[in-house]
Design a protein around this ligand. Structure first.
Ligand code: ARG
Length: 565
């Protein structure tokens, strides 16, 4: 049930000249509920009816007369204000939640449309570090949100598994590496080898040539090169998967950069045929000066292709393979220029789906002590961040609720959930500073706070022997504390749609934080278990709906909701 729609219907049915969609777009939500739930401004109709807006407003009120959904419809100057009947509102919302349960808020607007969400995409043989936290968490949330809205969703991990650095790694490994040592601690050992390569290459000029030769061999399908590369990729993925497992993340595809290596010649040819390539010092570039951007290097003079070339190939491949409705890239703002150039090139190539390729950008994370991801050489591994969160949460639980069953499981759900929640709380564009205390606090707008509201709701339902089938007198839920929650629950489906439209999971994060806050206010001000039967049942029903919606909201963000904590 959509009450705003109902308002639009009532007004548009008054006159043939009125278009329901347009009326819909004019309806406002007044600044305070004393002024109604919806307001319709009559300024635009003044032209149609050649009448002053305030007179039109009066007319509308008169013509609509009595209505089931709204117990008051009044004109206030040029506005018509609509007041939803509270009992009907409550009944509508709570019944819908009861019927749809964990599907409340889901939809089929995405039916038969494919949305690709590319996210995380770390680089092989390099640390999976705090710099990747946002793409991983935001991407996963978007993936879940789009799926919930009925889209066919494809999660792609565009691994950085190709490029000249693999030549270097192969040379370094063959010269100084040892299989068992690397197997034991793959990322750190490969990183060491990579660093050593650069140190040695300063002294020994041949090393770079040797690396180039090995990369060429890899490109040409040389068996030894391929085996080594594949081994490095496998052991790296094993490390990355530890983090994905902790977060409950799965990908539909790991088609990384290497996947496109054999698709490169065609892209270069395509660019050539379309007259977009020009020679510059032996290399092939696309001139983007007319668009105020530096040129894009497509192919080096030695014939090797680049990151952007692979991204062009990937987009074309994805269009052919998935026929996407949207192709989303969750990548940090440091790559804004790359994605602007890339999209311009796809556009220049004449692909009309260029606009369906969306770079979902986000600001940087810095750590409290001022160290910025990897810049200062201090690498903070993602795995360690999550492990630390779980450890700290274990201590907090030990203090707050030492008798809790399956403490370990809950520590994981709360610790990891806390980080995910924090990452998704702020609008994604802003840079932000990660703070342990803030993240793990049970107060304020945090994951643990919302999870705790959920657990509290659960315990009320258990203690109150709640039964979904119980008959409810909806008219009993008329306190402001109750209506506040019901309004938020009612808005939830729209918040999900908005968050997908703007690719902004934070809308959901903030909304469920609001629900948790309202719920706690309700809990403190309105007695539940000690009330007489009918009121107790009604309130428990509200608790039930709240619990369900918080659970769904958390789940959309990729956060679990323990029943006890
Ligand atoms: N591997 C890159 C990095 O870690 C991110 C890849 C982003 N995705 C893309 N299609 N370019 O910085």
């Amino acid at each position: 049930m959509n009450f705003k729609n109902e308002v639009a219907k009532l007004i548009s049915e008054l006159d043939n000249n009125l278009d329901r969609k347009e009326i819909m777009s004019l309806i406002e939500v007044p600044p305070s509920y004393e002024m109604g739930d919806y307001a319709f401004p009559c300024f635009k109709l003044a032209k149609v009816f050649r009448k002053a807006p305030n007179l039109i407003a009066e007319d509308i009120v008169c013509k609509i007369g009595e209505n089931d959904y709204f117990d008051k419809i009044e004109s206030k100057g040029p506005y018509v204000n609509f007041f939803i009947d509270r009992t009907i509102f409550t009944e509508t919302v709570l019944k819908e939640i009861k019927n749809k349960k964990e599907n409340y808020g889901s939809s089929d607007i995405g039916k038969e449309k494919t949305v690709i969400v590319e996210y995380s995409s770390p680089n092989i043989a390099k640390p999976f570090h705090i710099g990747h936290i946002r793409t991983t968490i935001i991407g996963h949330a978007l993936y879940r949100i789009y799926s919930f809205l009925g889209y066919d969703t494809v999660a792609i991990n565009h691994l950085g598994d190709y490029g000249t650095q693999f030549g270097k790694l192969i040379v370094a490994y063959k010269k100084w590496g040892d299989r068992t040592t690397v197997e034991k601690d793959p990322i750190n050992e490969l990183l060491k080898l990579y660093v050593k390569f650069h140190e040695e290459a300063e002294k020994e000029v041949n090393l770079d040539d040797e690396a180039r030769r090995w990369f060429k061999k890899l490109e040409d399908g040389d068996e030894e090169a391929f085996e080594l590369w594949k081994w490095m990729r496998d052991i790296s993925l094993r490390e990355f998967n530890k983090v994905y497992d902790m977060l409950g993340i799965e990908f539909d595809s790991f088609t990384g950069e290497s996947f496109y290596s054999d698709k490169m010649p065609k892209v270069v040819e395509d660019l050539q045929d379309k007259g977009l390539l020009i020679k510059s010092q032996g290399a092939d570039i696309v001139d983007l000066e007319p668009f105020n951007m530096p040129p894009a290097l497509i192919r080096k003079s030695d014939g090797s292709t680049l990151y952007i070339t692979r991204d062009i190939a990937a987009a074309i491949y994805r269009k052919e393979h998935y026929d996407f409705y949207k192709n989303i890239y969750v990548v940090g703002s440091e790559q804004n220029l790359h994605f602007k150039q890339w999209r311009k090139i796809i556009d220049l190539m004449g692909y009309d789906w260029a606009d369906d390729c969306i770079h979902v950008t986000f600001g940087m994370v810095s750590l409290e002590d001022g160290t910025l991801s990897t810049r200062k050489g201090k690498v903070v591994f993602l795995e360690d961040v999550f492990k630390k969160a779980v450890e700290k949460t274990r201590d907090i639980i030990e203090e707050r609720n030492p008798n809790l069953e399956n403490k370990e499981e809950v520590a994981k759900q709360v610790g990891i959930g806390a980080i995910v929640f924090q990452e998704l709380f702020n609008g994604r564009i802003k840079d932000y500073t990660f703070s342990w205390d803030k993240t793990l606090s049970f107060e304020g707008e945090t994951g643990p706070y919302v999870q705790y509201a959920h657990a509290r709701a659960n315990s009320l339902l258990e203690k109150g022997n709640f039964l979904v089938e119980d008959e409810i007198d909806y008219s009993l839920l008329k306190r402001d504390e109750e209506i506040d929650i019901i309004r938020l629950l009612y808005d939830f489906p729209n918040v999900i749609i908005d968050s997908a439209e703007k690719n902004e999971p934070s809308f959901i994060t903030r909304h469920i934080a609001e629900i948790a806050k309202s719920f706690n206010r309700f809990y403190h001000n309105c007695p539940i278990l000690n009330e007489e039967e009918s009121l107790r049942k009604s309130r428990l029903h509200l608790v039930y709906a709240t619990k369900l919606v918080i659970n769904t909201g958390l789940s959309l963000l990729g956060i679990e909701a323990p029943n006890k904590m």
